[in-house]
Write a protein that binds this ligand. Structure first.
Ligand code: NAD
Length: 366
């Protein structure tokens, strides 16, 4: 497979490149050396990804003339925490990483968000290179510049917007990705296709089966096409003041479901897929969305293996989770609804209608 390159170019002439291909890890050092004068790098990774993929990245950086250090954090969402960020800041300072150093985030979305946040705050900001190793990070979190850590009050409540200097997607790293992690990326690919419509949507309908079976060509195409879509959204609205909000499709219900089930019980991808199903049903009443659209959407989700969620959770608990997510204001709640592939809008939904739909959802699972 050939390496492909996308460019994210903002109107104020800032831009960065994304390389997507197989076997790119060893060449990352050389690639970074081409775009920056800096020659000190700290690789931040986690305890699962480090043992698998650190060596080629470290060696490549050293061969390209970098002084390299490594910081490894425990794998898992609990590392997206200020105590871990603090440890990383202290270690960077102890190692003497200066403003002419850079951070290389090697891992999934957890590492990307944490290392991106640390990079954007350490010395008021040093450059960060993203090397995503999960499908979710490849199609979503590594691009767009959102960085974050979690608080007890909720996920991603402290963070920054800081675009990476470069993103390198090595598809070979997916060979070790646990099967349960694929759904997270597939759900974001489906969401992107539903929002974008057009070629991405028709391509995904044609290749959903190949993608579900992890066919290499299909995976590369999915990453390239989904990132191209995300890039367009991010360029149009870097700091989520407008259209970027569409990326929340399915996520309102998903967050409530993950919260009620207990984080980690349900994969984020399954929850997002269920959230899109819930949104399409609610939208029939709240936004005149057609039954035909709902069927079309749900058929695509199934083709990707994102089958309907059958476990019961009480409607009251789901509603409470939505309220505590601070998404309910003045007895109303804003939802992103896709009305047809490629067309979406935000709709303010009355909480009574929302409650009825949560009850219907729950009752169908009793
Ligand atoms: N910044 C954004 O725009 C954005 C968007 C979506 C999600 N996110 C964030 O991303 C995070 C979730 O990311 P994720 O799903 O990648 O989870 P993750 O980074 O926790 O990775 C999932 C698991 O897979 C392991 N892993 C990673 N790559 C591997 C590989 N190649 N082989 C074997 N194991 C591997 C990890 O160690 C971890 O155990 C959340 O914190 C979420 O908030 C951020």
């Amino acid at each position: 497979v050939n390496t492909q390159c996308l460019e994210i170019a903002f109107n104020d002439h800032r831009s960065y490149r994304i390389y997507i291909g197989a076997g790119l890890l060893a060449g990352v050092g050389e690639q970074i050396a081409r775009i920056t004068q800096h020659r000190a790098a700290c690789i931040i990774t986690d305890t699962n990804v480090g043992p698998l993929y650190l060596e080629p990245v470290r060696t490549g950086l050293e061969e390209a003339g970098f002084t390299v250090s490594v910081l490894e954090v425990a794998a898992g969402e609990q590392s997206k925490d200020y105590t871990v960020a603090h440890e990383l800041w202290e270690n960077l300072a102890r190692q003497g990483l200066h403003r002419d150093g850079l951070i290389v985030a090697l891992g999934g979305g957890m590492v990307g968000d944490l290392a991106g946040f640390v990079a954007s705050t350490y010395l008021r900001g040093v450059d960060c290179i993203q090397i995503p190793t999960t499908l979710l990070a490849m199609v979503d979190s590594s691009v767009g510049g959102k960085t974050a850590i979690n608080l007890a009050a909720g996920k991603n409540l402290v963070g920054s917007f800081a675009q990476p200097l470069l993103v390198v997607v090595d598809l070979n790293t997916l060979t070790t990705l646990p099967a349960c992690e694929w759904d997270n990326g597939l759900a974001e690919i489906a969401k992107s296709a539903l929002l974008e419509g057009g070629q991405l949507y028709s391509w995904l309908n044609e290749y959903a089966d190949d993608l579900r079976k992890q066919g290499k060509g299909a995976v590369q195409q999915a990453v390239v096409r989904t990132l191209a879509f995300k890039g367009r959204v991010v360029v149009a609205d870097e700091k989520e003041a407008g259209v970027r909000e569409c990326l929340n499709y399915g996520h309102t219900f998903a967050h409530a479901l993950e919260n009620v089930a207990g984080y980690g019980t349900i994969s984020h991808g399954r929850a997002v897929a269920e959230g899109m199903r819930f949104a399409a049903t609610l939208a029939q009443e709240a936004a005149d969305v057609s039954e035909a659209y709902k069927i079309e959407q749900n058929t695509l989700l199934e083709a990707l293996g994102l089958v309907e969620f059958c476990d019961y959770y009480p409607a009251d608990d789901l509603f409470e989770a939505m309220v505590s997510d601070k998404k309910v204001r003045n007895n109303e709640m804003r939802f992103v609804f896709v009305t047809d592939p490629g067309t979406w809008k935000t709709v303010v939904v009355d909480v009574d209608l929302l409650k009825i739909h949560l009850i219907l959802w729950a009752q169908a699972r009793l």
